[in-house]
Design a protein around this ligand. Structure first.
Ligand SMILES: Cc1cc2nc3c(=O)[nH]c(=O)nc-3n(C[C@H](O)[C@H](O)[C@H](O)COP(=O)(O)OP(=O)(O)OC[C@H]3O[C@@H](n4cnc5c(N)ncnc54)[C@H](O)[C@@H]3O)c2cc1C
Length: 300
């Protein structure tokens, strides 16, 4: 049997060859993945990882692609996307158990309906639960680590494990899962506090509206660079005169300088080359090394 036929025996979701990645990212760039697989259950995922490890295949996982810059050449090996039961959200008293593929904004909305507080900070950020844990996503109103009690993972050899919050290695916009590439997050358990559901829902709505009005609209991955401790990357980029700078179809947003936009059919290389120019100007003018927040993946 061919590799593709083998994979189709293991998972019930879609298995595709040479799948373009651009539609799976908010930046709208990215060449083809050699093999793209949608996996809908923990058992299937465990069986898939066992097969991948036994056959020495390279792999990676994507969430909603809201923080990814995928190369124009695409991704060699297998790209996994979780679907199906991984989108489930269950409320159990003050705990919420959410699958990694659930939208974090949807989890926050369900928390509000259940009079549970704690996800207001991250509930206005685009992306999935899995991606939010990996990136320790959030806003100054709160980050996801603050309510995460623990997670479930499937390892690269197909083992299912539960990890406590302490084992997740959270820090600012970071977690263990950014450097330990052997783990796929499957579920998260959030320990919430009692709250006023109506007030939480109103708060989420007003922050979403504010973000829609103040953040650049169009194809982006949000902030390209992390804020250096005590500083604003956007202000540093502004101060370095980068606002409005262009490279091919990529542009530094006039509204928020830390957003590098795919404005006019940009390639991934346009976006990366522009980001590197911004980084160099900030270094030359302010003497500060900006660190990428966006994850640059694939074959460059
Ligand atoms: C308009 C806009 C505004 C934004 N504003 C904010 C903001 O205010 N605050 C903020 O923190 N972020 C912000 N972001 C960035 C983005 O929303 C977050 O980083 C988000 O958490 C990414 O989630 P995702 O599902 O899209 O992950 P992806 O971008 O798909 O993946 C991110 C990383 O997580 C890994 N990953 C994904 N799922 C899993 C899994 N199940 N198991 C293991 N690894 C996995 C991927 O391999 C990748 O390394 C913004 C983005 C946009 C487009």
């Amino acid at each position: 049997m061919s590799l593709i036929e083998d994979l189709k025996q293991i998972v019930s979701g879609r298995v595709a060859e040479n799948e373009p990645m651009a539609p799976y990212t908010t930046l709208g760039v990215g060449g083809p993945a050699d093999i793209y697989i949608e996996v809908g259950s923990e058992d299937e995922l465990a069986a898939l990882m066992k097969y991948i490890s036994e056959n020495g295949l390279t792999w990676m996982i994507i969430g909603d692609g809201a923080n990814l810059l995928i190369s124009d050449k695409g991704i060699r090996g297998v790209v996994i996307k979780l679907i199906g039961e991984f989108s489930g959200i269950t409320v159990q008293g003050r705990r919420i158990i959410a699958g990694s593929a659930a939208r974090i904004s949807k989890v926050a909305d369900i928390a509000a309906k259940s009079n549970l507080s704690g996800l207001e900070g991250v509930g206005t950020v685009p992306g999935s639960v899995g991606g939010a844990i990996v990136m320790n996503a959030g806003t100054h109103r709160g980050y996801i680590d603050e309510v995460t009690e623990g997670v479930r993972v499937v390892t690269d050899t197909g083992e299912k494990l539960a990890l406590s919050k302490e084992k997740c290695g959270f820090s600012y916009r970071n977690s263990r899962f950014q450097y330990d590439k052997s783990l796929i997050l499957t579920y998260a358990v959030f320990k919430m506090k009692p709250g006023d559901g109506g007030a939480i829902a109103e708060h989420l709505e007003s922050v979403r509206e504010h973000r829609a009005q103040t953040q650049p609209q169009g194809k982006s991955a949000g902030c390209f660079f992390k804020n250096p401790t005590g500083l604003s990357a956007g202000k540093l980029i502004d101060g370095a005169g980068c606002k409005g700078m262009r490279e091919g179809g990529a542009v530094v947003s006039e509204t928020h300088s830390n957003f590098i936009m795919n404005a006019h059919n940009a390639t991934a290389s346009d976006l990366f080359n522009l980001a590197e120019k911004v980084k160099k100007l900030v270094k030359d003018i302010h003497g500060i090394d900006l660190e990428y927040e966006v994850r640059r993946i694939g074959e460059w």
